[in-house]
Design a protein around this ligand. Structure first.
Ligand code: CP
Ligand code: NVA
Length: 309
């Protein structure tokens, strides 16, 4: 007997399944063009289904896109925050998983504790979706791949650059590079390199992923340039981080080092004047608003895949 279809991390998932989710998300987006945001999709495959979205940390995009996505699919969402659940008073993740599985059809969790995510999935009898942990952010990368393909066609064979902190989004970008077959160059300061196990995994799986401490080298002739906040949720020492990461900021000059039509991506929330300048994120090469919107369409693809619809 096989268990529920969890969406935990891109490295554990089949490349063909990930591709199918993206293609479905593109079709879903097209099919509802022009409809009011609250209107239910012409087909409602999740009619009668409930998602419990558990948030131990802040969120705007993930929270709203999952909730609106479920509604558009004809289902419902219950948003719960850590401190209003017994989980916040010490009930175990395993017991929470067992109980919630009796009430809802699918679970999504945002937590810094990756081990909580794995424990939830181990004990849940319904699918569990990773809505960001301190280690990874797979749903984000699905929206990013979709966005790049909308603007530039197939991502396979493209050159993608990351400059900044070697963080959770960067880790999922490495997973995506292998699963979607693009070249990835990562520039971080020595203090904030990506976890070596992620790079080892890429190496063992034929990934074309290189690392450097020089953002100019990473960005040169790239098709896309990514960055993310220099201070992620749960990170301390803000001033020191900003100082060390300052040379990795995406300025108009740095972006000009990439291809002339290179795209700028950022998962948001953004901090103008820190990880990128305002003229970059608000400039003509930026696709960050499409990227944010695509969170909605891709979440729907993920939910449908998890629920085998
Ligand atoms: N990009 C992203 O996950 O945003 P939120 O933290 O607002 O959900
Ligand atoms: N790296 C950021 C992403 C936020 C969506 C963080 O973890 O805070």
């Amino acid at each position: 007997m096989t268990g529920p279809r969890h969406f935990l991390d891109l490295d554990r998932l089949d490349a063909a399944d990930l591709r199918a989710i993206i293609e479905r998300a593109k079709r879903i987006k097209e099919a509802r063009a022009g409809l009011p945001k609250g209107a239910v999709d012409p087909q409602t495959p999740l009619d009668g289904h409930i998602l419990a979205a558990l948030f131990e940390r802040e969120s705007t995009r993930t929270r709203v896109s999952f909730d609106v996505g479920m509604r558009q699919l004809g289902g419902r969402t219950m948003v719960l925050t850590g401190d209003e659940m017994q989980l916040g008073r010490g009930e175990s993740v395993a017991d929470t998983a067992r109980v919630l599985s009796r009430f809802v059809d699918v679970l999504m969790l945002r937590t810094l504790r990756h081990d909580y995510l794995l424990e939830l999935a181990e004990h849940a009898s319904v699918p569990v979706i990773n809505g960001l942990t301190q280690l990874t952010h797979p749903c984000q990368l699905m929206a990013d791949v979709m966005t790049i393909e909308e603007h530039r066609g197939p991502i396979a064979g493209k050159v993608v650059a990351w400059t900044g902190d070697g963080n959770n989004v960067c880790a999922s970008l490495v997973h995506a590079a292998v699963k979607f077959d693009f070249e990835l160059r990562i520039a971080t300061p020595k203090k904030y390199v990506l976890r070596p196990d992620v790079l080892d995994w890429a190496g063992e799986n034929g990934g074309r992923v290189t690392t450097t401490n020089d953002p100019w080298e990473a960005v040169k002739n790239a098709d896309c340039v990514f960055t993310d906040t220099f201070v992620s949720m749960g990170q301390t020492g803000r001033e020191k981080r900003l100082e060390r990461l300052a040379p990795f900021r995406v300025t108009a000059r740095l972006l000009a080092e990439a291809k002339p039509d290179a795209l700028f991506l950022h998962c948001l929330p953004a901090h103008r004047g820190e990880e990128m300048d305002a003229d970059v994120i608000d400039g003509p090469q930026s696709v960050v608003w499409d990227e944010a919107e695509n969170r909605l369409h891709v979440q729907k693809g993920i939910l449908l895949w998890c629920l085998e619809k």
